[in-house]
Design a protein around this ligand. Structure first.
Ligand SMILES: C[S@@+](CC[C@H](N)C(=O)[O-])C[C@H]1O[C@@H](n2cnc3c(N)ncnc32)[C@H](O)[C@@H]1O
Length: 331
């Protein structure tokens, strides 16, 4: 049993306007429950030397270190002994350079750290600690925009699939991703069939020959068509940032501004069907446009069981209070 202190990524405080340490504590508590069977003490925010850390105690074996290391806004991990902090090398999932998720900048982009937080909670609900120790999962973003979830999932070594109504966003994503792969001299192929593009990639020729490839499939289409594109029970996790019901920059089509309450009744049956039994869906949304209790009711009516509590709500701006929920499709 060791005492552990986790330092929060400085950039996270800008993203979450000061809620980053408490969000990290909430994330670690849920990851512990879903992936480690609740073997860590309840994480707390503690100020050490004037800087906020998240602290807890537990047995930091290889499995627990893999889970803790992947927390979305983790900067550094330390073992604590009295007043001394001893650095521990984290075991992160990242397979590619981080600029895959930081280079894209556009109006309406979902923050990449929030996306990693949602991905972490969702894959933990779908696959336990295996998600952090090399089990290859397939992650779908059924409202993928210009691909933040796809990039974050690919960064972690997962396969990814995405759908968006806005064909310009899908084209911009494919262009960005294939250019990025070229710049990184990664071995890759890109095939287009109608509205669907499949990119297969590996770090180099040897990895490709040995079958250590990843795949991203992205489709321009309505989210209700996910089953016809990907098949029933074909994904382990759904990670999605719902339209906020407010206008972003130049996006003016009514479909892009729809509130989550309008979209979910038709989308949820399709999402349930594309998800494998035991898989999980993680959603972030504007709680000013749809109260949390109504979101939970909709998920339960669609057959999901909610596995996260209410520690993740945070203010984004005057019009958006963002919240997160993760729910499992029963086996
Ligand atoms: C909050 S944005 C997602 C942004 C994305 N995570 C990113 O970082 O680029 C929501 C997306 O839902 C898409 N959308 C809205 N209704 C849709 C529908 N019925 N089918 C597919 N996509 C839809 C919009 O085009 C928009 O890109």
């Amino acid at each position: 049993m060791v005492d552990v202190a986790v330092l929060v990524l400085p950039a996270a405080n800008r993203v979450y306007a000061g809620s980053a340490p408490s969000l990290l504590a909430a994330e670690l508590a849920v990851l512990d429950a879903l992936a480690l069977g609740g073997r860590l003490s309840v994480p707390a925010v503690e100020v050490l030397g004037g800087v906020p850390y998240v602290t807890f105690s537990g047995d930091l074996d290889a499995e627990a270190l893999a889970v803790v290391s992947n927390a979305s806004s983790l900067y550094a991990v330390f073992e604590r002994e009295g007043g001394v902090l001893r650095p521990v090398a984290p075991a992160r999932l990242e397979r590619w350079d981080e600029d895959l998720v930081t280079i894209p900048r556009y109006s309406g982009k979902t923050n990449e750290q929030l996306t990693r937080l949602l991905l972490n909670l969702t894959v933990a609900a779908a696959a336990g600690s295996g998600a952090f120790t090399g089990r290859k999962l397939r992650v779908l973003d059924p409202l993928c925009g210009r691909g933040t979830t796809l990039n974050v999932a690919a960064l972690c070594g997962f396969d990814a699939a995405g759908v968006d109504l806005d064909a310009r966003d899908v084209d911009a994503y494919v262009h960005f991703f294939t250019t990025w792969l070229k710049d990184k001299r990664a071995k890759h192929t890109s095939r287009r069939h109608g509205a669907s593009t499949t990119v297969t990639f590996a770090p180099d020729k040897d990895a490709a020959k040995a079958g250590r490839t990843q795949e991203v499939v992205v489709v321009a289409g309505d989210t209700t068509s996910v089953v016809s594109h990907f098949g029933k029970s074909s994904v382990d996790a759904i990670v999605v940032d719902l339209p906020y019901g407010v206008q972003h920059g130049s996006h003016s089509e009514s479909g892009l501004r729809r509130s989550p309450a309008e979209l979910l009744p038709t989308a949820l049956p399709a999402w349930t069907s594309v998800l494998r039994a035991g898989g999980a869906a993680g959603l972030s949304w504007n709680a000013k446009a749809l109260p949390r209790a109504e979101m939970i009711q909709m998920l339960e009516a669609a057959g999901f069981s909610v596995v996260t509590g209410d520690g993740f709500a945070h203010r984004v701006d005057r019009t958006i209070d963002r919240d997160i929920v993760v729910a499992r499709r029963p086996r």
